[in-house]
Each structure stands twice: as structure tokens, then as C-alpha cells.
Write a protein that binds this ligand. Structure first.
Ligand code: DP6
Length: 318
């Protein structure tokens, strides 16, 4: 084997991945569509070593996280030699953005190059998906769809590029309401949400939302994309608050940010909200609206960060 370093960006779902039809393989119950973000990156190096070692953000990884990382490399090459994996984000976890997407995309790329497994991008997306579902979308820049696929082995469940980063200059403004670790992780949240009586409606309407979002992206129609993104968001969160044992990712300031953005929109600034498995609010808007959106959320957020569409992941050999 040899040493390889990959760099990948996180992504934010515009139409959400929420629910698994196969938990072990991370096969989704619904298709989804995301925007890869610029500036923020995970950099991961895989190199030969005397014993397996995983270093995340400068510190040895806890056993469960190391197991997830090494498990992905075992899938790639069951007879692999021992490796050292060093991974770090250039964005603080306090940014409130999920890092599992960029982390497993970078790991799949660096691992395949280091272990001399020449996989194409689709195969890398299938591999990254098994680390964390949303990671299969970070194998491409710009706007990316995750087709859920039909096969039991998951070989047809991967990202598909819809439009590259330079197709459309939009902004995603992140309002960091709380940087504390989330109480209900996404994997657990999806399982619990399945008990909602609204779950069948969530599954039944997802494909139409993805088709609508794809058409909106291709037409560069911000209002159409924003509207379907908000619908997908609130349907997803309706499944948590109506689960057999209800739970909510929002905090008071989450709702305050949503109201602030909506009142901005009533005053003529086109901006739409989305939330994932945590309290932070992300706002889709045009570049020239980003400052107004940041100012509207500022009273309720620890910080705001405006991000543009990001590019493709990269990999280099040492
Ligand atoms: C709400 O990809 O983190 O952010 O597959 O269990 O690792 P696992 O889940 P993960 O879930 C992301 C859920 C979401 C929506 C999305 O990103 O599509």
C-alpha cells in the first residue's frame, strides 16, 4: 500500500434523507438531494503502519469511532495491511455542521487510493454511504441527488451529480443556535421517527420532493427550491414530534431564527429555512441576501456563517 490524502466538503440536504430500509447497509427509505458546501473541509490521510491507529482532530479516536473508520477500510479490502488514519476538519465542531458526510467521503477516497483499489466515483459513493448515509452525496461538488436504489446489496444506492458548484451561485447561511452535541443522533432519530403515524406520508411524498428540487436546481429557480426545501424539512421534523415517544431537535432559538427569516421573507427578502438532526438553522438565499439573513438570525444565534456551493473532493498520493 501507499500513503494517500483526500479532502472532501460537507453537504446540507435540501430534500432530506430520513429513514433507512436497511440499517446495516445504510440503505435509505427515501431519496434525497443536497448542496455541497465550500470552504469547510475534512482532510484524511491513510498510510501504512505497524498497527491500526485512528487519530481524529489530533486525538486518538474513541473505540466506537475507530471501529467505524477501520470497518469501512475492511469492506474495501478485507485482507488489508495495518493502517494509520489521520483525519481533521478545518471547521470547528462548534460550527454546528455534521461532519460525518465529509469524513466518510474523504475516508473512502483516501482509503481506496492508499490500498490500491481503483474504484470509480459511484463505487466510492456506495462505500462512503456505508460509513454514513449522507456521505455518499459528498463525493461530488454542487447539487447532488442520492438515488435510493432497489437492490438488496445497495450497489445502486449512491450519489448522482445534478449540477456542479458553478451552475448556480447561492448561499447557505448557517445560524449556530447551539454547538452542543445533539441529544438524539440521526441514526437513532430515524429509527424512532418510524413509529410516527405520519411516517407513511413522509415516505410516500419524498420522491416528488426530490423531482421538484431537481427541476428547481436545473432552472435556477430559488423560490421553487426554497419552498420544497422547507416542505421536506417540516415533514421530517413532524415525524419526530409525532413519534410514539416524541422528540424535538429544535430549541427556542431555532424557532426564533425560523420566525426571523420568515418575517424577513414577508418583507421581500427571498430566504428559506432548513434544519437537520440538531437545533441549528440553515438558510438558503441569494448571495446578496446573505448579510440580511445573518443580521436577522444574529440575536438568536451564537454565530452565523455564509457558505457558497463547494467543489469536488480531491485525492493525492504522497
Ligand atoms: C437529517 O447521514 O448522519 O442530516 O446514515 O445514520 O450516518 P447515518 O445518518 P446521517 O443522517 C443525515 C440526516 C439528515 C438529513 C440529510 O443529511 O439528508
Amino acid at each position: 500500500m501507499r500513503t494517500a490524502t483526500a479532502v472532501a466538503h460537507p453537504n446540507i440536504a435540501l430534500v432530506k434523507y430520513w429513514g433507512k430500509r436497511d440499517v446495516a447497509r445504510n440503505l435509505p427509505a427515501v431519496p434525497s438531494l443536497s448542496l455541497t458546501l465550500d470552504r469547510f473541509t475534512t482532510t484524511t490521510t491513510v498510510s501504512p503502519a505497524d498497527r491500526d491507529e485512528v487519530v481524529l482532530g489530533g486525538a486518538p479516536a474513541p473505540d466506537d469511532e475507530a471501529g467505524r473508520v477501520l470497518g469501512l477500510l475492511d469492506r474495501l479490502a478485507p485482507d488489508r495491511p495495518r493502517v494509520r488514519v489521520v483525519s481533521a476538519n478545518n471547521f470547528p465542531s462548534a460550527a454546528g455542521l455534521a461532519s460525518s458526510a465529509s469524513a466518510f467521503a474523504a475516508l473512502a477516497l483516501a482509503g481506496a487510493a492508499a490500498l490500491r483499489r481503483p474504484l470509480d466515483r459511484v463505487a466510492l459513493s456506495v462505500l462512503a454511504r456505508q460509513g454514513s448515509g449522507s456521505a455518499c452525496r459528498s463525493l461530488w461538488g454542487g447539487f447532488v441527488e442520492w438515488r435510493m436504489g432497489e437492490r438488496d446489496d445497495g450497489a445502486d444506492s449512491h450519489g448522482v451529480p445534478v449540477a456542479p458548484a458553478d451552475h448556480w451561485d447561492v448561499r447557505m447561511v448557517v445560524g449556530v443556535v447551539s454547538s452542543a452535541k445533539k441529544a438524539v443522533g440521526s441514526t437513532t432519530g430515524m429509527t424512532r421517527a418510524r413509529t410516527s403515524p405520519y411516517w407513511p406520508a413522509w415516505e410516500a411524498t419524498a420522491a416528488a420532493d426530490v423531482a421538484e428540487a431537481r427541476a428547481a436546481v436545473l432552472a435556477r429557480d430559488l423560490e421553487r427550491l426554497g419552498a420544497v426545501m422547507e416542505r421536506s424539512t417540516f415533514k421530517m421534523h413532524a415525524t419526530t414530534s409525532t413519534a410514539a415517544s416524541p422528540f424535538l431537535y429544535w430549541q427556542a432559538n431555532t424557532v426564533a431564527c425560523v420566525q426571523a427569516v420568515w418575517s424577513l421573507r414577508e418583507r421581500g427578502v427571498p430566504a428559506w429555512v432548513t434544519m437537520d438532526a440538531g437545533p441549528n438553522v440553515k438558510v438558503l438565499c441569494a448571495p446578496d441576501a446573505a448579510d440580511a439573513v445573518s443580521a436577522a438570525m444574529a440575536p438568536y444565534a451564537e454565530r452565523t456563517i455564509a457558505l457558497a456551493p463547494g467543489g469536488e473532493p480531491t485525492v493525492e498520493l504522497a
